[in-house]
Design a protein around this ligand. Structure first.
Ligand SMILES: [Zn+2]
Length: 326
């Protein structure tokens, strides 16, 4: 065989292989059906004795992505909305945020980022800064007792510059892992956004809870439980909210992007998934745990921090509930 035809054949084979890999990346991925971590789920807490807890999403920005990017195996380019939000939680013993949305000066913080970053993970439309949301609610930053961070990716700490002096609470595991490189990535973006706010570290040292291997009871009254959701980052935490009135609620950080990710279950497209996931197998195990939780408690909304549709639906139901309650 002549060299040229060999090369052509080789090139063709490589091309076919490349096309094959590309095609496979859009196909659904099989998940193991057995959960290797078999922590038994608990039982629904008794609502009596639980406090009233007010939960509000503060949406700061958004970006639209085609569905096949957000949900692996979805053969659809239907636009899906990814939001950047903070969650304002008012418990009788403390008012705090779960994640922080986007600060007023976020564009300035992102000025020195690469073109690639600004066209992919750093791409969003600014809507309303966290500072602005607080103003509208007649709140000053120091009305917040603390901020609890689901994990230390830039888009979850990006509201902190609007909260000078507000103490941060960070999972020790996440804090230690971030010092292995995350804090310095993207020209130290996360380190700069953390803004020298005071912080305290905690451990999820409590007993297993609802299928999760450990927990942390935030106020010691069984109403707000932090649980580990590792894989996206090593120390990501989710928050299960049990309250006297309104739906029980599970905030799942970035363990999923959209509701589809844990209902199917399916990761996002592997190109994105690999860029934002610290440990693939662990992250898929976590997704499977969310899937199990959803099957066990279909009435409990699991809300991801970028799932604009779920957040809007929750807010609507919450507003209707409050109208009836008043
Ligand atoms: Zn995120």
């Amino acid at each position: 065989m002549k060299l040229r035809s060999r090369l052509a054949l080789g090139g063709g084979a490589l091309g076919a292989l490349g096309a094959g890999i590309l095609l496979t990346s859009f196909l659904p991925q099989k998940f193991a059906t057995t959960d290797t971590d078999t922590t038994a789920p608990g039982s629904l807490p008794d609502r009596q004795g639980l406090p009233d807890i007010d939960v509000t999403f503060l949406r700061c920005g958004s970006v639209v992505v085609p569905e096949f990017l957000a949900v692996r195996g979805a053969f659809s380019s239907r636009p899906r909305e990814i939001s950047h939000s903070a969650v304002l939680i008012r418990h009788p013993n403390g008012t705090f945020l779960y994640d922080t949305g986007l600060c007023t000066d976020i564009e300035l913080f992102l000025l020195d980022q690469s073109w690639f970053f600004s066209q992919t993970l750093g791409k969003f439309k600014m809507e309303q800064s966290l500072g602005n949301h607080l103003q509208q609610l007649n709140m000053r930053p120091n009305d917040l007792d603390f901020v609890l961070l689901s994990h230390l990716h830039w888009d979850h700490v990006a509201g902190i510059p609007d909260l000078p002096g507000v103490p941060l609470r960070i999972n020790q595991l996440e804090f230690d892992a971030a010092h292995q490189g995350l804090l310095d990535q993207n020209n130290g973006l996360v380190r700069r956004l953390l803004s020298n706010n005071p912080f305290t570290l905690y451990n999820l040292g409590g007993s297993a809870y609802e299928g999760f291997r450990s927990s942390y009871d935030l106020f010691g009254d069984g109403s707000i439980l932090l649980v580990p959701l590792p894989g996206h980052t090593p120390g990501q935490i989710g928050m299960i909210i049990n309250r006297a009135h309104g739906a029980r609620l599970f905030l799942v950080g970035d363990a999923a992007w959209l509701v589809d990710n844990y209902t199917l279950p399916a990761t996002m497209h592997p190109f994105l998934w690999s860029r934002v996931t610290s440990d693939d197998a662990t992250a898929r195990q976590t997704l499977l745990k969310l899937h199990r939780f959803m099957e066990l408690y279909p009435e409990v909304p699991l809300i991801a921090m970028h799932d604009a549709q779920m957040q809007a639906a929750f807010l609507h139901i919450e507003q209707e509930r409050q109208k009836v309650h008043v």
